[in-house]
Design a protein around this ligand. Structure first.
Ligand code: FMN
Length: 215
């Protein structure tokens, strides 16, 4: 279990005092490598001060014009979580174990639209990745999702128009994979896959794929 005496790091990134096991964060690269969208969640509570750390990490994300369109509704009361569970797609029933569901919202009019591209989604994505990486560095699972009914989420949690629900992030301490059903266990144990570098990046010209340097 996490130590609730943990204190936030400040803006310059230096650790706060306070005897926490989390003062020695794993490096950013480790967090990038170790992060995965796990569905193996513990229903142990996650301490409020850890959640505040996640939001603290999220709020330092860049945003277009520094407009910071994101709003985080942190749902932790059992009766409020139940209201959210009503909105979940069947395939996302694993989220019901999470003691915290962070509903990431934004008012689209709070951000730029450029060439018909609404940047509130992009900016929220950057903030959510900060949140997820901070969670990983603290030994927590943070799994972003879109498998839920936005209308039900908004209605049940009284989220006003024109606010949109961008994602719901399940946050939990890691759970026991062996306790999951067979299908989820298989997904959990499968290696993370990515398109190869040459398929997603090119040097200077659209047709010049990036390859790994020879070692
Ligand atoms: C915007 C977004 C929506 C997602 N929605 C869901 C979801 O509804 N349910 C789910 O189980 N996983 C969801 N995921 C997790 C992805 O399936 C996962 O990130 C992807 O398979 C890559 O695996 P990794 O994150 O472990 O590297 C979502 C991820 C993102 C970024």
């Amino acid at each position: 279990m996490a130590n609730s005496s943990h204190q936030a790091t400040n803006q310059s990134g230096s650790s706060a005092k306070g005897g926490s096991p989390f003062q020695e964060d794993v490096s950013l690269l480790s967090a990038l490598r170790e992060r995965r969208s796990s569905r193996a969640l513990s229903d142990d509570p996650v301490e409020d001060d850890l959640i505040v750390e996640l939001i603290e990490a999220a709020r330092w994300a860049p945003s277009s014009g520094n407009l910071q369109p994101w709003r985080f509704l942190i749902v932790r009361k059992p009766e409020r979580l139940k209201l959210l569970h009503e909105a979940l797609a069947r395939g996302n029933a694993w989220m019901k174990k999470a003691p915290i569901l962070v509903v990431v919202c934004a008012n689209p009019t709070d951000d730029h639209i450029r060439d018909e591209k609404p940047y509130y989604l992009f900016d929220c994505g950057l903030a959510v990745e900060n949140l997820i990486l901070r969670a990983t560095s603290l030994g927590l699972v943070a799994h972003p999702t879109i498998g839920w009914d936005e209308g039900i989420v908004k209605r049940n949690l009284d989220i006003p128009d024109p606010v949109r629900v961008v994602t719901i992030v399940a946050v939990a301490h890691p759970g026991n994979v062996e306790e999951m059903d067979e299908d989820l266990q298989r997904r959990e144990k499968s290696p993370r896959a990515r398109k190869p570098l040459e398929e997603i990046a090119c040097w200077d010209e659209w047709t010049l794929p990036v390859t790994l340097p020879e070692c």
